[in-house]
Design a binder for this molecule. Sequence first.
Ligand code: 01A
Ligand code: MG
Length: 525
Amino acid sequence: MHTGYQLVWIASERTPDYPAMVDDVTGRRLSYRELIAEIDAVAAGLAGRGINAGSRVAIALPSTWEHCLVVLALMRLNAIPALLNFRLKPEEISGLCEFCEIDAAIILPDPAIAEMVAGALPDGAPVWSVGGDAGSAEDFVGCRGDGSALPPYVQPAETDIAFLFFTSGTTGLPKAVVLNHRTTEHRLTWLSTQGGLRHGSHNRSLGCMPLSHVIGFYGVFLITLVFNGTYFVVSDFNPPKIVDLVEREKITYAFCVPTMFQAMAASPNYTPAKMASMELALFGGITIDPDLLEHIDREWGGTIRHIYGTTETMCSLSNPDPVGQHATLRAAYYTRIRLVRIDGDGAEDVVAAGEEGELIVDATVDTIFTEYLGRPDATAAKKKDGWYYTGDVFLQERNGDITLVGRVDDMIRSGGESIHPEEVEAVLEEHVAVGEVSVVGIPDAKWGQVVVACVKRMNGDAAQMAADVDAHCKASVLAGFKRPKAYFFADELPRNAANKVLRRLLRDAAMAAQAAGSDSFQQVA
Ligand code: 01A
Ligand code: MG
């Protein structure tokens, strides 16, 4: 086994003078040798404040230069980075710090986050802010020390925790996905076999994906350094700047959610010629619009491929040639898969060709998560008899391939983020004017799906009502990306005999109202 830090260090030995990382804000470039020295300096600063092997350190930052450095410095110390989505509200960030027994945090310069996080950590625990002062937090600029005085790296046990990632649940706080050190190397190597990424310093990678999700972290950031490439930091998802960056720096590799490729192709300065250097474009997280897929395949340099995976398992499926079959996939070389009947007897109850079933994947592979931290109930619900239950429904094709058709539950996928209707409904129900409510996802060209709140109509103006409830959501603990983008006012919420809301009917009615331009469908800004 190699840990993530060891793999980066080994890469630095091969190409010490080759550029490893380039900052989009300052233009700073670090060679592999300089990167290792910088990691040591930051690690010494962290160690000076008591961070060491096993310390749990929350990071809630966009994919900035400092984020890249601090996560590598934590890996150098065998501390445990807890990679939080910086788009979460302060309440959720601090709630997760408390639940996960976090020892220190690195946050945006936001006094509200600083105060709540400090309250959730042990007394005197370090909180650093990046990019300016934030109340009681210390400026991360000062977190440095004498790297040469650090003790040599010690390889941890395979089963020690390496990282905590987070995945949203139906209610309450997101679940912390525990990944041990054994998973790291295996979470990288498939990029060659399934993705077609070749090892070597020709790789010039687009760093626009969040490091708080596994595609951005393993699939772009870590693999680039491990493969001796150059990682181009993209601190803020700004499509015109990204189009220019790809052209100027001759970017060869991107692994994005389709929402990002769509935004790049819709950017005013976009021309396909600017993408000529792109050797490999991978997409995942949500399915892609077939027209966009065909456009990229035809107009950009290189190859586009589809990768399917989850935070819990990493890559499970791929399609090396998705044009014309944009949702069809097959199992990665190292994993077994089954499609099982949704209300069936478990892993043995496999569907026949032409039928639909839930995808379950081998949970004995080396990429697999250990558990959801402190949530044995949730772990047992998803990891059963050696199989991981994905919740995604596929059609079994006759040739052995499978095609994604939906979900077993009502989870919404918007721009590569997972949103459970239940958590949005809980916030909507707090508003006095909302009686009955049900949240659905409707198809959307930009986001894949958007969150729509379906509310039983009351007296009053629909636009005003939508604006009022939206203001309540903005002020609530709900992260911005989970906030409904539209409201649909229905005379009745359709229910079955057991009084359960029939979300599919509601979704169809909302889509019809949207298409008709009806007053009952109100978009909010
Ligand atoms: O009114 P405001 O200010 O709150 O509205 C803001 C945001 O709240 C909103 N927003 C969104 C989303 C979203 N995903 N859905 C709905 N609304 N993201 C942001 O848009 C307004 C503008 O805010 P912003 O911060 O300027 O937004 P952008 O920077 O343009 O963000 C859009 C992005 C597409 C860049 C962002 O959503 C993003 O980074 N998405 C990527 C998420 C991701 O990394 N997903 C991967 C999941 S890993 C699991 C997986 O599927 C997988 C697959 C393969 C795992 C392993 C493998 Cl092998
Ligand atoms: Mg933006």
